[in-house]
Write a protein that binds this ligand. Structure first.
Ligand code: ZN
Length: 122
């Protein structure tokens, strides 16, 4: 079974982009309801809210980026950024790990959770 996994930073970036578009679409729809004032106001406010939220997400990416580790992917030889113990290459989605104990193990996102790490330390 092929692993469907993508780089975390890329994922969050896509999420932020979707928020921007969703916000713009909502505002665009709002313009169609110019005659219904309350609906226009609600849609405009929701649209602004989504775009404001995406700004927060972009800011969050900036914060996370300071915690990433730059590595060269062994699979495609391109530089990529890793977040957490396990992550995937930004270019080819090759699963990567920072932890020698996890080398050769099946890729699982649970290795990044605090709960799992606590369990493992017992
Ligand atoms: Zn790669």
């Amino acid at each position: 079974m092929a692993l469907k996994y993508s780089n975390k930073i890329n994922k969050i970036r896509t999420f932020a982009l979707v928020l921007v578009f969703a916000g713009m679409i909502l505002m665009y729809i709002g313009l169609y309801f110019k005659d219904i004032e309350w609906l226009l106001v609600v849609l405009m406010m929701l649209g602004t809210l989504l775009i404001a939220l995406s700004t927060v997400v972009y800011f969050w990416i900036g914060m996370l980026s300071t915690k990433t580790i730059s590595v060269t992917c062994p699979s495609c030889n391109k530089p990529t950024k890793m977040l957490g113990r396990v992550d995937a290459c930004m270019h080819c989605n090759q699963p990567l790990t920072m932890d020698r104990n996890l080398e050769g193990k099946d890729f699982d996102e649970k290795y990044n959770s605090k709960k799992f790490q606590k369990q493992e330390n017992k």
